[in-house]
Write a new protein. Structure first.
Length: 454
């Protein structure tokens, strides 16, 4: 990290044309004071203990919650939305994150004590250190901005709210409605969805390119039989939504459903009781999750099949878009499939708040079993074909939002640590020795070698 900071310092000094001098925080002095205060604080604190994710989220240091940030980091690090009981590796990581959070609070208190700062900029805002620092800044009325990269690292997010703030992100779409002519919104939206349904990721990695063009013979036969008997087909597309599981200051993602797996079980019972046929399509990204999480989904799959449903696993090449086409109703947890189904003329139900519920009227929000049963019992809803243009605003937002990097040139689709400045300066991108270390980490199975490029 010191090497990267020095590179950034030299780069900014070279190109700074402002009359204002860039002042660099004397981190060594603050760190010395921070470590002293940390040792004193630990003596005064009761032993921190927790037995599950819920208890972890409740951990407080001084008046600040550090549990949510630690939980979010642990979920990401372990690729497991419920990593308990913790292995020795994850237990060690968890306590290290708690220490980092406490130190971040102390560091922020020292840094912001002078009241000379009007604003701070943090990455994303949900992880251990950032979440801790954010709370201190907010308590001192210091403005907080959040940044994030997206669209294959070609654009960036920079706002006074986090990328996960659904109401504020919907406001962005509302502004687009006001600022862009409808003809441009329609053109951008049509272009986005045309590319998506052809397997182009557009702004993210595509998980459908490797899928079949149509359905397998076994699934095709079942769907043909159900349609012959006039049995409605309800398809649920799972989401890989770990990043939304633990965000401080935001409501629980599934207040009544409990979690996505519990929701699928409950939905299965409702669908069966109505005489419909239930199909579940597991998100292909499950392959990148922890074996514990994969086992939970497999157990759920066994349950769905036992109850007479059809289960499409994460490795299964069944076509997502053919399944949408064959479905009477598409259900999701707010993933892109939920809005794509509207574009493809299928009724869409989302079971939790997301980027497009309420904004796109065709996407019906059902946060409880009773609301879900009532909606699926409504023949008018099932028969109604959504106007695909309802989905255009979402596509236009994806295509038009954000600022393009003016000076950074990415060399990796997902990691911002790979890239050069336009003049060829290397700041964060690793040298050969660092890449060798990452390769060794990858080969010995160490999590954390997230951005390995071979």
């Amino acid at each position: 990290m010191p090497i990267r900071v020095n590179r950034a310092r030299k780069y900014l000094s070279r190109y700074n044309k402002s009359e204002n001098i860039i002042e660099w925080v004397k981190t060594e002095e603050i760190a010395k004071d921070m470590n002293h205060q940390f040792k004193q604080s630990i003596r005064n604190e009761n032993n921190i203990s927790f037995r599950n994710l819920s208890e972890l989220k409740k951990i407080i240091f001084k008046q600040y919650n550090i549990g949510f940030g630690v939980a979010s980091t642990l979920i990401t690090y372990s690729a497991n939305p419920d990593p308990f009981p913790l292995s020795l590796e994850y237990e060690k990581e968890c306590y290290q994150q708690i220490i980092s959070s406490i130190k971040s609070i102390i560091f922020a208190e020292i840094l912001l004590a002078s009241n000379q700062y009007e604003a701070v900029v943090l990455f994303n805002g949900r992880m251990s250190c950032e979440q801790a620092f954010r709370q201190v800044a907010t308590s001192k009325n210091v403005k907080v901005y959040f940044h994030e990269r997206f669209n294959f690292n070609t654009r960036y997010f920079f706002e006074e709210y986090t990328p996960h703030d659904f109401p504020r992100r919907k406001e962005e779409m509302e502004r687009i409605k006001l600022e862009l002519p409808k003809s441009i919104i329609n053109r951008l939206g049509e272009d986005f969805f045309k590319r998506k349904v052809k397997g182009d990721g557009v702004y993210e990695r595509s998980y459908t390119k490797w899928q079949l063009k149509g359905s397998s013979k076994s699934l095709e036969a079942i769907i043909k039989e159900k349609k012959k008997d006039n049995i409605k087909i309800v398809s649920y597309f799972t989401s890989s939504d770990d990043e939304y599981q633990s965000i401080y200051g935001f409501p629980e993602r599934y207040p009544e459903w409990q979690d996505q797996k519990s929701a699928i079980k409950k939905i299965s019972k409702i669908v069966n009781s109505l005489g419909y046929y239930f199909i579940v399509r597991v998100h292909p990204n499950l392959k990148n999750k922890h074996p514990m999480e994969q086992k939970r989904w497999q157990d759920l799959g066994d349950y769905i099949v036992e109850k007479g449903g059809y289960w499409i696993g994460h490795k299964d090449p069944e076509s997502t878009y053919k399944l949408i086409s064959d479905s009477s109703i598409v259900v999701s947890a707010g993933s892109t499939v939920g809005i794509e189904s509207i574009y493809l003329g299928k009724p869409s139900v989302v079971i939790t708040k997301c980027f497009y519920d309420t904004l796109v009227s065709s996407a019906r929000l059902c946060e409880s079993e009773s609301a879900f049963r009532s909606l699926l019992s409504d023949d008018n809803f099932i028969k109604q074909i959504p106007d695909k243009s309802d989905a255009y605003i979402y596509g236009a937002w994806i295509m038009a939002y954000g600022h393009e990097y003016n000076y950074f040139v990415p060399t990796h689709e997902f990691s911002c640590l790979y890239g050069l400045m336009k003049d060829g300066t290397r700041i964060a991108s690793p040298a050969n020795s660092q890449r060798i270390i990452e390769i060794i980490k990858f080969l010995i199975g160490k999590r954390g070698a997230f951005h390995l490029t071979l």
